[in-house]
Design a protein around this ligand. Structure first.
Ligand code: NAD
Length: 488
């Protein structure tokens, strides 16, 4: 079993226990066993963290001294990189990341590209001279300035916590905000380490605060309803995102929401390596616990049976290629928790009840110990009105839907409350691009292209969210705009 450090709170520049020394069990998804304990913060702890972040923003030079900030955040990034092996251990044992997933989005991906955020930071136009104007007889010299929005409540999910925390916290700190990180109860250690490392660097007290807790709602809702918090930067489910918007309305809080998805991959009949494109569509990376995972596969009716045969073969071959925590090529491990496994199983039951045909998987796995495993699962003969086609399952479940022609494929892809990502493949790149332009989603890949990168804005249309992470847009989420008029 892993030996991971227990998680502490980091509040007002101090690493400390929760009030009264309360802790809770951090359960490892591979084994179902306790892998560490984490501080179980109370409302009083969160109140202190909010007060500290407010003070650091209002009363120190954090918001105004760009060079000092840049230097300290660069040190934090260096410390994160130096702790790569510990982060990989946390990803594996706490998040349930398989080695192949750790090497990509879970750890080595974000650590490998985080430095590029500094180049984007350097490109921010902080002041824009707007020249002179005479309006209503008044001569004015005008400038438009950008300023940090203030105190940011960072609320994160459990599926890719390092990637998501870096994507929020580094831009927020760089532009001069102060932050309170509130991770999902299932993954406290991946946030607690930000506090551990900030303490090593002597960040000014209150600039970074980390508050972990077992209650999924209490601490986050405090951030959302407290008027001392200026912005909520949230990644999580659409249901909770809606609640945050509703609760945040009382203080007219700015909310930045990265939510769920039910993204479609369209493989057109002229795709050169049709079988390969279909085979690559299986949902396995991190057991399908990814917001931008392409969980609806749309294939042409004219090649539907062929696609099903490819998938049947692929799933059979894949059954021996996942679930090994030591295999560097393995990208699929367990689900995060027993609760999530039950949730996914209830969708699998719903698919069967609605008349979809289970082509592969569909079972809880018991021969891998007490971890939270479900077989890679594929439903065919799915119609887009079924629950398994409409709702985000967040597990290793692919649904396959046939389409008649390009218009039908576009209609089905867009017939969703979500609009996070998507993909189109065709032998005719113009045709694929034409279709991609008509899909109502925030990102989309064409013929295998990757629409996600540090300098590309990421975020959903429709009920997949409001706002953009990464890219220059991801910095602007944390900025306020002020117009200044000076008598000329
Ligand atoms: P979740 O919505 O259940 O929880 C997310 C976070 O919100 C957790 O920290 C939780 O404790 C907190 N929270 C819960 N109720 C709250 C409330 N009332 N007020 C304030 N905070 C509250 O999501 P999850 O199950 O942890 O993560 C999975 C979800 O995250 C999926 O829907 C997935 O699509 C989404 N996600 C989206 C993106 C994206 O970039 N769009 C990325 C990763 C995950």
């Amino acid at each position: 079993m892993a030996t991971l450090p227990d998680g502490k709170l980091y509040i007002d520049g101090k690493l400390r226990d929760a009030a009264g020394g309360a802790t809770y069990e951090d359960i490892g998804p591979w084994t179902g066993e306790v892998i560490a304990r984490a501080a179980d913060a109370s409302a009083a702890d969160m109140d202190e963290a909010i007060a500290a972040a407010r003070r650091a923003f209002d009363e120190t030079d954090w918001a105004t001294d760009h060079d000092k900030r840049r230097g300290l955040v660069a040190k934090l990034v260096e410390r994160l990189k130096a702790n790569r092996d510990l982060l990989a251990d946390i990803a594996r044992h706490e998040v349930g990341s398989a080695p192949g997933a750790t090497a990509m989005a879970q750890v080595d991906g974000p650590l490998g590209f985080v430095h590029r955020l500094f180049d984007i930071f350097d490109s921010i136009e902080w002041e824009k001279p707007m020249g002179h104007s005479t309006l209503f007889g008044m001569n004015t010299t005008r400038i438009v300035v950008k300023e940090p929005i203030g105190v940011v409540g960072v609320i994160t999910p459990w599926n890719a916590p390092l990637y998501i925390t870096i994507g929020k916290v580094i831009p927020a700190l760089l532009v001069g905000c102060t932050v309170i990180i509130k991770p999902a109860p299932d993954t406290p250690l991946m946030s607690a380490i930000f506090g551990d490392l900030a303490a090593e660097i002597d960040f000014p007290a209150g600039v970074i605060n980390v508050v972990t807790g077992s209650d999924p709602v209490l601490l986050g809702e405090m951030l959302v309803t407290d008027k001392r918090v200026d912005l909520i930067s949230f990644t999580g489910s659409t249901g909770v995102g809606k609640r945050i918007m509703e609760k945040g309305a009382a203080t007219l809080k700015r909310v930045f929401l990265e939510l769920g998805g039910k993204s479609a991959a369209i493989v057109l009949e002229d795709t050169p390596d049709f079988a390969m494109a279909v085979a690559q569509s299986i949902v396995c990376f991190h057991a399908g616990q990814g917001c931008a995972t392409l969980t609806r596969l749309l294939v042409p009716r004219s090649r539907y049976e062929e696609a099903i045969a490819v998938l049947e073969h692929t799933y059979a071959a894949y059954s021996s290629m996942w679930g090994d925590p030591e295999d560097p090529a393995n990208v699929m491990g367990p689900l995060i928790s027993a609760r999530q496994r039950e949730r996914v199983m209830s969708y699998i039951e719903s698919g069967k009840a609605e008349g979809a045909r289970l082509l592969a998987g569909g079972n809880v796995v018991t021969d891998k110990g007490e971890g939270f495993f479900i077989e890679p699962t594929c439903f065919v003969d799915v119609t887009n009105d079924m629950e398994i086609a409409r709702e985000e399952i967040f597990g290793p479940v692919l649904v396959v839907i046939p389409f008649e022609d390009d218009e039908d494929a576009i209609r089905i892809a867009n017939d969703s409350d979500y609009g996070l990502s998507g993909a189109v493949r065709s032998g005719d790149p113009e045709r694929a691009l034409r279709i991609a332009r008509r899909i109502r989603s925030g990102t989309i890949g064409v013929n295998g292209g990757l629409p996600i990168d540090v300098d590309l804005p990421f975020g959903g249309y429709k009920q997949s969210g409001i706002g953009k992470e990464w890219g220059l847009e991801g910095f602007h989420e944390y900025l306020a705009t002020k117009a200044i008029g000076i008598a000329a």
